[in-house]
Design a protein around this ligand. Sequence first.
Ligand SMILES: [Zn+2]
Length: 135
Amino acid sequence: MKSNSKGKSSRSRAVTLIITPDMLAGMYEYLRTTPPFKGWKLPPSSEVKFNVSRNPKEYGYYQWDGKRHTITGSIKSVGQTITLAVFMAHEMIHMYLEIHGLESRKGGRDTHNAAFKKRAARVCKWHGFDLKAFY
Ligand SMILES: [Zn+2]
């Protein structure tokens, strides 16, 4: 989920969450206990690095450097629990695809192939997320 396709909101919100690596890890662990993630055997949060960025142009991203999984969330784009949940679920699909060699190697860093879309549909159905806004 690279770009914030909704652009800047003109609505002002009095309060938003200031996301922290702990919140990212907490949401990751929560989702790991729920379907369909539960069956995916993703590594525990202790084996994943969680980062917070200040880039307003992205929600965040998942990276595998050959040794470690890293999930980076943008403090500028994620300010509510639902956004955090959707963001994390999205990146966990990328992680699953990477682990199983299903991630696309061409078409840029944030390509959503058929394998991604299939799992996204399942995730959105279980969690009540809007598939139209999921990727
Ligand atoms: Zn993506």
